[in-house]
Structures are given as C-alpha cells and as structure tokens.
Design a protein around this ligand. Structure first.
Ligand code: 5GP
Length: 200
C-alpha cells in the first residue's frame, strides 16, 4: 500500500455503540509514546452535536459514498445502520503511514474484523465490551445524541456484535473506565514494542 519504509501498524478498536471505545481511542491518541494518528472515516450520516468535518468524519453524501465504493476507494466499508454508510478510505491510511505514524481505528465490529483479515500481520484488533446491555442502554440515553428509535436500533445491533468478541485478539471489559484506559495503553504499547523488536 504505502511505499515508505516505515512499517505502519493498524490498531483497531471495535465495540457496540456506547461501550466507551471512542473515549479509549481518544485517550490512546494523547499518548505521544504510542505515535498514533486517527483514521478519519467517511460517512453518509449527518454530523451530530459538535462533530467537525475532516476531524471526526469526512461527511459525504450517499451518492459520493456509493461512487467511492464503485471506484474501489475503500479498504473496508459497511452499511452500519440502514442508509448510514461508513468506510475507511485507502488513501487515509496511506496518508497516516506516510507521516510515520501507526493508524488507530474506531470502527464497527464487521469492519474491524475485515481489516484484521486484510492485514493479519500488522493489526491488533481489540473488542471493547460494555458491562451489560442494560448499562449500554443507560449510557446511550445519557449521551442524548440519539432518539429512542435510534437507541433501540443500536441496542439490537449490540447484542449481535457482542457475539463476535471471541474473534478479536483482545477483549477489554469497560466496567471501570480508568482501568480500561490503563489496560488499553499497556496493550497497545506492548504490541507496538513487540513488533518493533521483531523488526517487522
Ligand atoms: P457513529 O454513528 O456512532 O459515529 O458510528 C456508528 C458505528 O460506525 C460505530 O460503531 C463506529 O465505530 C462505526 N464506524 C465508524 N467509522 C467506520 C468505518 O470506517 N468503517 C466501519 N465499518 N465502521 C465505522
């Protein structure tokens, strides 16, 4: 993919919506020692709250999204919720590797596993598990960014996603945020140091 000599890794965080993976990913991005940059996904959904185009997502129309699919511009993409498409652009990952940084992803379970299959030797795929479905519902309601119908849709999907946890390299249980954050830093640091030692 990238023609630079830097052997960039893929750090994938996947989880049901509301399980806290975004908080964990943001925390990891603040650790200079990890040398990470966030893979900004493209999405056809509308911006929410204070989201910024080009920082949180590349917000594009459904039509543009479909033309990227047709042109083979995505490393992976999913229709995560009906009519809401999300995808990782190949050029986004190459851009980050060209900066000499490892790429961290906040993507859905199917997309995370797809990246792992595509790059098995340079990916760590981590699943963030919420304490329970009931707790997930409470968190989504507290967030106040979705209406009840959308929350129910996310909860229904979460049950299916939880069943995929064993397919990931690691599962971090997010009962206690502080512990989960620390565990995530140790895990990613360990993975990056180990692969450096192997001279990959
Ligand atoms: P949200 O609408 O809450 O921002 O995201 C909904 C879900 O889509 C989350 O699980 C998020 O991680 C996932 N997602 C975001 N970007 C991508 C992507 O590029 N590919 C895939 N497969 N899922 C994504």
């Amino acid at each position: 993919m990238s023609d630079s000599n830097f052997n960039g890794k893929l750090i994938v965080f996947s989880a049901p919506s509301g399980s806290g993976k975004t908080t964990i990913v943001r925390h990891l991005l603040k650790q200079p020692v990890l040398n990470l940059a966030f893979s900004v996904s493209a999405t056809s959904r509308m911006p929410r709250g204070e989201e910024i185009d080009g920082t949180d997502y590349y917000f594009i129309s459904l039509e543009t999204f479909k033309s990227h699919i047709k042109n083979g511009d995505f490393l992976e993409w999913e229709e995560v919720y009906r009519d809401n498409f999300y995808g990782t652009l190949t050029k986004e990952v190459n851009r980050i590797w060209a900066l000499g940084k490892h790429v961290i992803f906040d993507i859905d379970v199917a997309g995370g596993l797809r990246l792992k299959r595509k790059f098995p030797d340079r990916t760590i795929a981590v699943f963030v598990k919420p304490p329970s479905i009931d707790e997930l519902k409470i968190r989504l309601k507290k967030r106040k960014t979705e209406d009840d119908e959308k929350i129910n849709m996310r909860i229904a999907k979460a049950s299916v996603e939880l069943a995929t946890a064993p397919q990931f390299d690691y599962v971090i249980k997010n009962d206690q945020l502080d512990t989960a954050l620390e565990e995530a830093v140790q895990l990613v640091h360990g993975y990056l140091s180990e692969s450096d030692e192997q001279g990959e």
